[in-house]
Design a protein around this ligand. Structure first.
Ligand code: OFO
Length: 174
């Protein structure tokens, strides 16, 4: 059973995960418009993953006899100055999510809520991976440059990452 404050903290986390999903969907759409197919595919997949993150928490709250609340999601931006700015924003959002997960872990530890503490470990690992991935992408953009001549190469890099991620997902049966 969840404490009331843990239940509401987890419901707040739903909002962050849901917003990430819509933000990334909006980014995918912008990439599509810009002809950046590799980037679009990457962001569509990230968006779907964030929906799954949201639902994992949603189901957990109800499973623990709490009340999961379908979140109100704020409208994300629809346009971005550049692909570099877009990935800067993704990285910033992931850092924000990591900080929120760390707060939840600390709270579950303080409350001696071992079930929630265990449940959150998956998110700790996921955030570590996501942040590392976004840093890799930003490093590559830095190397390639983000002027108009570089977009084709950035998109090719993202497509390489897509293939690696797809292979890993297939291997883990996701
Ligand atoms: Fe679910 O926030 Fe990123 O991965």
């Amino acid at each position: 059973m969840l404490s009331k404050s843990m239940e509401s903290a987890l419901n707040e986390q739903l909002v962050l995960e849901g917003y990430a999903s819509f933000l990334y969907l909006s980014m995918a759409s912008w990439c599509d418009q810009e002809g950046l197919e590799g980037c679009a595919k990457f962001m569509y997949r990230q968006s779907e993953e964030e929906t799954q993150h949201m639902m994992r928490i949603f189901n957990y709250i109800n499973e623990m006899d709490g009340h999961a609340l379908a979140p109100a999601i704020a409208q994300p931006p629809h346009t971005f100055e550049s692909v570099k700015v877009l990935f800067d924003k993704v990285y910033a959002h992931e850092q924000k999510v990591t900080a929120a997960i760390n707060e939840l872990v600390a709270q579950s530890y303080d409350e001696k809520d071992h079930a929630t503490f265990n449940f959150l470990q998956w998110y700790v690992e996921e955030q570590r991976e996501e942040e590392a991935l976004m840093r890799t992408i930003l490093d590559r953009i830095k190397l390639i440059g983000d002027g108009p001549q570089s977009l084709y190469y950035i998109d090719m890099e993202l497509d390489k990452i897509n293939k690696i991620e797809e292979k890993e997902a297939a291997a883990s049966g996701e």
